[in-house]
Design a protein around this ligand. Structure first.
Ligand code: PLP
Length: 399
């Protein structure tokens, strides 16, 4: 199709031309004396991204799922209890991965469209007098439902229960888009992937790990530790110390990561976060103007990176997605698992601006009308464009 494809799934996201060019590199020796000049600053700058002073950062050649596996297998032992709320497909998958590794997961079921409950987490930890629960695992932004949980409140809940459990956070669809503060919230492990807020192809599983969790990785070893090899922290830490990797790293992705971090820091992390909020709010205004509901049940759950839009009874969201893709060259995200067919997702993260979001809103509106959903023509686009035009609070400009 002529013209640009409108990529509005919640990852992978658009790759800016500057990053594409940066990845267009000849191969080089990853054991050369020069190589650490690339890698050491990368590992350091990831700390800025996670907002941590003394956390240890890791870059694994994997997707985000590999970083999940790395954190669990390095810090826990067979049969350890972990506590995890489940409120969407990605929290479900993380729980599944933990169980397959032999962990004993206590699942707190939450309605899809809501998120982690600090009150319930506090109650479960208070009831655990023997401190058998070793970690709390929370998905910061549930990409399947467009729900963001309050990690600061979960930290307070753990502290209020006076419980030593580690706090592990999945930031795959929040890092570099939604506010995240590893040190302030005393997060013990944060993981992300390269293909969302970092505007890269999939292929890097990135983690930030606290000194407390690194200590757990030592003690878990003595105590029937989970098996780890490719994702072993020790091997990575000792090679990374001098800027090398224990195996062959994906060079183009590392060069791309360099440019992605440069771009994020040039814009300013706070501005990046404000831009995502502003773009998301415009999309939410459009959804309201269409008279449709978000899957997120209340504003406190609203995600600034993805909006999951419920289609009216009698319609299949897959038809909207197919029409948008085939007729308007617009990729929307599908409903997963128990919300399949019930919702479509508009991703609004990464390298985006207001007019790009308006294009997605217009295409979605047209696709919905094509399949017979009775939204007023132009209603969503008008609501979003007026919001973008009038709200100058965090306007981003080229000059
Ligand atoms: N966690 C969340 C919140 C996600 O959105 C995704 C992927 O979309 C994952 C984990 C899995 O990440 P990956 O596909 O990079 O392995």
């Amino acid at each position: 199709m002529p013209g640009r494809h409108f990529l509005h799934v919640p990852g992978p996201t658009n790759i800016p031309d500057r990053i594409l060019s940066a990845m267009h590199v000849p191969m080089e020796d990853h054991r050369s004396p020069r190589f650490p000049q690339l890698t050491l600053p990368l590992l350091q700058d990831l700390k800025k991204l996670f907002r941590t002073a003394d956390g240890q950062t890791f870059i694994f050649p994997s997707s985000g799922t590999g970083a999940w596996e790395a954190v669990l297998t390095n810090t826990l032992a067979t049969g350890d209890k972990v506590l995890s709320p489940r409120f969407g497909q990605f929290s479900h998958l993380w729980i599944d991965l933990a169980r397959r590794h032999g962990l004993d997961v206590i699942v707190q079921e939450e309605e899809w469209g809501t998120g982690a409950s600090p009150e319930k987490i506090q109650a479960a930890l208070e009831a655990d007098k023997a401190h058998a629960i070793k970690a709390v695992m929370v998905v910061h932004n549930e990409t399947a439902t467009g729900v963001t949980s309050d990690i600061a409140a979960i930290r307070q809940a753990i502290d209020a229960a006076d419980h030593p459990a580690l706090l592990f956070v999945d930031g795959v669809s929040s890092i570099a888009s939604i506010d995240f503060r590893m040190d302030d919230w005393q997060v013990d492990a944060i993981i992300t992937g390269s293909q969302k807020g970092l505007m890269l192809p999939a292929g890097l599983g990135i983690a930030g790990v606290s000194q407390k969790a690194l200590y757990a990785s030592k003690t878990a070893r003595a105590n029937d530790a989970l098996r780890r090899c490719y994702f072993d922290f020790d091997g990575m830490i000792s090679a990374n110390k001098d800027g090398y990797f224990p195996y062959t790293p994906p060079l183009p992705l590392l060069y791309g990561l360099r440019t992605a971090l440069d771009m994020l820091f040039e814009e300013g992390l706070d501005n990046v976060i404000a831009r995502h909020h502003r773009l998301a709010e415009g999309v939410r205004q459009a959804v309201a103007a269409w008279g449709l509901d978000l899957c997120a049940k209340a504003p406190n759950w609203h995600s600034d990176t993805v909006s999951a839009v419920m289609v009216p009874q009698g319609f299949n969201a897959a038809d909207v997605i197919r029409q948008a893709y085939t007729r308007y060259n617009l990729a929307l995200g599908a409903g997963l698992s128990q919300v399949a067919g019930k919702l479509f997702r508009i991703g609004h993260l990464g390298d985006l601006n207001e007019l790009m979001c308006l294009g997605a809103i217009a295409g979605t509106e047209m696709a919905m009308r094509d399949i017979g959903i009775d939204v007023v023509p132009g209603s969503g686009t008008a609501a979003a464009s007026e919001y973008y035009r009038q709200d100058q609070s965090t306007a981003f400009r080229t000059a």
